[in-house]
Each structure stands twice: as C-alpha cells, then as structure tokens.
Design a protein around this ligand. Structure first.
Ligand code: KIV
Length: 275
C-alpha cells in the first residue's frame, strides 16, 4: 500500500492557500513526525516539514547538513497521519540552487515519494527562475525570503534582516519576484515589521510570517519552539506550553519508580493463566 494513501477528507491544496490572501490568517506549524502531525492536523491549515528538522530533531548546528533523504523520510512520516492540512516539504540546501533541471528532479522525487502537496525553497536571487521552472512543470512552490537559514554560513549567523537601506529594498524585490515566478505563498522570516507589511501589501499571494508581522496573511512557528521544548528560543517565539518541564517531571517520576521497584506494578505486568 502506498505510504501516502488519500482518504475521503479533502486535503487543503495550494490554490486554497493562495485564495486566503487578505482573509482569515492562515495557521501553519512545522511537523516532522507522524504522531505530531496527527495532533496538529485538525488545528492547522498547512504543515511544513521544515529543514529545521535537522536542528530540532537531529541536533545539527544549522540546516546546511540536511539531506534530501532526510526530508523524504520525514515527509512520508507526516503524510501518514496528516489528513486535512496541506503538507509542504522543504527542499534542503544543495538540492535546488544549481540547474533548474536538477531542482526539478529532486522536487519531483520529494512529491512522488512523500505525496506532499508542495515544496518550499529559500528564494535567493538565483532561485527565482527555478521557481518558475518548477511551477510550470506542475510542482507548487512556496517561497521564503528575509532571514534565509540555509544562507547562515555566508550571513555569519541567524540575523534579522531588512531593517534599513539596500537590504530592505532587495528583500522586497525578492518577494515580488518570487510571487511573480508563480509561488502560491511566501514565508517572510526575521524581517523588520514594516517591511513584512509592505511585502504583504505588494504581492498578490499570501505571506506567512515568522518573526515578521501580525499583518502577514498567516503565521508559522517551529512547533517544538512554541511547545517550550527548548531552554532557549528566539525573541519572536511565543511559548504556548512548557513541554520541557512536563517531560522532565514525567521522566523523573518514572526514574524514581523504577529505582524504588514501584514500576511495573500489578496492572502493568502479565500473569500466567491459572491452571
Ligand atoms: O525549516 C523551517 O522550519 C522553516 C520555517 C521556520 C519557516 O523554514
């Protein structure tokens, strides 16, 4: 059986997201695993299998080391349980920045092997032509401007962008070019609030903000950040939970019970049948 069986529930697709421009804000979160996707699905319009998986799940220092195989594996896991939300898979560093033909082969592989509805690329100046190439060949693409995590090595760190001058103008132009190339939505990450608003007004497809502005057409956060799984999060994250403390409490309780031989108890063990 295919790992991406579709069932009776109609899944949200790229045109549905595109049509939400200026409407009720689009709710997006990252998802990397089947159980988490199952929980998030009913609350979210779009689940992003972000290449942040490299840092969040695999402990990498940045997203540069993430491979196509990792993205496909996590994309498949999410597609097994997400039923309603649109699923978008990030194209990892090195899989799309070269020739558009190579980007197409890699993106088509992601689409076929995961069953996801779209891919996301970080839209640096050289990538715009590739977005057009992919969209014309049937692959819905989400863009990503502003702070581009895959550019962390040339940028010298994760720094907010577009606070002034030339950089501000360049990001605005990149967003416009990304939309003009056919992207159905554009993630706007880590930019000055006014710039995020200006981009949102300037382009005809939805902007999805992260560290950007409440004026964007939707919002996304890294799920593990907003659940409070880490002891540090960037300024733009609001913690809606404290899973780190919850997990510590639960695991501490388990450890105490094991050491005191309170676990397993009678209800948690098997007994031979009488007679
Ligand atoms: O990889 C990711 O999780 C992302 C979002 C934070 C937008 O690109």
């Amino acid at each position: 059986m295919s790992s991406h069986r579709q069932d009776a529930v109609r899944r949200i697709a790229a045109p549905d997201i595109a049509a939400r421009k200026g409407g009720v804000p689009i709710v997006c979160l990252t998802a990397y695993t089947a159980p988490m996707a199952e929980i998030l699905d009913e609350h979210c319009d779009l689940l992003l299998v972000g290449d942040s998986v490299g840092m969040v799940v695999h402990g990498l220092p940045n997203t540069v080391g993430v491979t196509l195989e990792m993205m496909i594996l996590h994309g498949q896991a999410v597609m097994r349980t997400a039923r309603r939300a649109m699923v978008v898979v990030d194209m990892p560093f090195g899989s799309y920045e070269g020739a558009p033909e190579t980007a197409y082969e890699n993106a088509a592989r992601v689409m076929k092997e995961t069953g996801a509805q779209a891919v996301k690329v970080e839209s640096g100046p050289t990538v715009v032509a590739t977005i057009e190439y992919l969209v014309k060949r049937g692959i819905p693409v989400m863009g990503h401007v502003g702070l581009r995590p895959q550019a962390v090595l040339v940028d010298g760190g994760f720094k907010a962008k577009g606070k002034a001058g030339e950089e501000r103008a360049r990001i605005l132009e990149e967003a416009k070019a990304t939309a003009a190339a056919g992207a159905f939505a554009v993630v706007v990450e880590g930019v000055a609030e006014g710039l995020a608003r200006e981009i949102t007004e300037a382009i005809s497809v939805p902007t999805i903000g992260i560290g950007a502005s409440a004026g964007c057409d939707g919002q996304i956060l890294v799920t593990d950040d907003m659940l409070g799984l880490f002891d540090w999060t960037p300024k733009f994250v609001r913690r809606y939970g404290d899973l780190r403390a919850e997990i510590g409490k639960a695991v501490g309780g388990y450890a105490e019970d094991v050491r005191a031989r309170r676990f397993p108890g009678p209800a948690e063990i098997y007994f031979a049948k009488a007679g």
